[in-house]
Design a protein around this ligand. Structure first.
Ligand code: ADP
Length: 189
């Protein structure tokens, strides 16, 4: 299965992605991780990306698309994958649809992890990451609302979106995620 997990920063996407890749037995494609790896390896892509990331802004679509396109060609992605952090804009979603279509593939389902904004701020204050100063975090939330939230409508119109309540224990949330996967499987048959 080819699944996309969408959620604002602090929604608990990382935890749910980890469980979901074990459950589905597919590779985890996180563009955030790919970009951090590119920065660590000091590649040209990494150098270009880091200025945007430090400012809490999205990296240009073409750069991210290049990383994803290359990764999707790997053998282990043939049976499916979990996309995390990509697509993040309507433009990226359209580019992904084109890319998959050319390989006679498609997105099977999109899961939205839904968490109220006050809770996101509370969680952010409780954790610490280098790009997580309150100002940068606020900008990442704002960028989610402005650029990524419209994607939900895009996939809703395709009949592929399931919204999952992201409040509660990780186990409870994962139960809901599995229900969404069951619905995608039924739709696929
Ligand atoms: P979060 O979901 O908490 O923002 P990520 O690890 O997914 O964290 O992303 C970290 C940063 O990497 C983002 O703030 C953005 O600058 C960049 N990034 C990741 N994925 C994308 C993408 N699909 N398009 C553009 N920028 C991206």
């Amino acid at each position: 299965m080819r699944i996309i997990l969408i959620g604002p920063p602090g929604a608990g996407k990382g935890t749910q992605c980890e469980r979901l890749v074990n459950f589905l037995r597919v590779p985890h494609l996180s563009t955030g991780e790919m970009l951090r790896a590119a920065i660590a390896q000091e590649t040209a892509e990494g150098k270009e990306a880091s200025t945007y990331m430090q400012a809490g802004q999205l990296v240009p679509d073409q750069l991210v698309l290049g990383l994803v396109t290359r990764r999707l060609k790997d053998q282990d992605c043939r049976g499916g994958c979990l996309l995390d952090g990509f697509p993040r804009t309507i433009n990226q979603a359209e580019m992904l649809d084109d890319l998959l279509e050319r390989q006679a593939m498609s997105v099977d389902g999109v899961i939205e992890l839904s968490v109220p904004q006050e809770e996101l701020v509370r969680r952010m204050l409780a954790r610490k990451r280098e790009d997580d100063s309150p100002e940068v975090f606020a900008r990442r939330i704002e960028s989610f609302e402005r650029q990524t939230a419209p994607l939900l409508e895009y996939y809703k119109l395709q009949g592929k979106l399931r919204s999952v309540n992201g409040m509660g224990s990780a186990d409870d949330i994962f139960d809901r995620v599995r229900q969404a996967i069951r619905a995608f499987r039924r739709a696929k048959r």
